[in-house]
Write a protein of this length. Structure first.
Length: 166
């Protein structure tokens, strides 16, 4: 099918693709504490990730973001799930969630914020990005061979984030 016939029209719902990666080493997960100068998620903990660039597949985008933000070499990259996020704007977000095991613990700091290895049992004690108290335990509990999850986020009339997983 030619590119012009792919059915992309400005009046259809569109999404911006992003990747979110949780890197583990043993029973610890690497989290990024957002720099105080960040426009969003300042001083809050999140995984590493970002936008998928034109011409990239999702796995390549995840590996690139891990390298750019942490400097880590990783082993197998595993797809965990996808979440669509309704932003109540013309375009939403398609978030693709991955995990990877780090071959070592030495990271390289970047402009995004400070990297910290956090024991799984201590994650809930941190000031996490709004969806992570639900999303991160789901991801960390996944076993090899588990089917990926699918979720949907949206904002209610008061601007509060709502989440559903199927």
């Amino acid at each position: 099918m030619p590119a012009a016939e792919q059915g992309v029209h400005p009046d259809r719902y569109q999404v911006v693709p992003r990747v979110l990666c949780f890197i583990t080493h043993g029973r610890e997960v690497l989290l990024l504490k957002g720099a105080p100068t960040k426009r969003i998620w300042a001083n809050q903990y999140n995984g590493v990730g970002g936008h998928v660039e034109r011409g990239e597949d999702l796995a390549s985008a995840a590996r690139r973001e891990i390298e750019e933000e942490t400097g880590l070499a990783i082993g197998d990259l595993r797809f965990c799930g996808a979440v669509t996020i309704d932003t109540a704007q013309a375009a939403g977000i398609a978030l693709f969630v991955f995990t990877a095991a780090a071959e070592g613990r030495e990271t390289r700091a970047g402009a995004e914020g400070a990297l910290e290895w956090v024991p799984f049992d201590d994650v809930a004690k941190l000031d996490l990005v709004e969806d992570l108290p639900v999303l991160l335990p789901k991801v960390l509990a996944m076993a090899e061979g588990d089917a990926p999850f699918f979720g949907r986020y949206w904002y209610n009339a008061e601007g509060k984030l709502k989440m559903a997983f199927g």
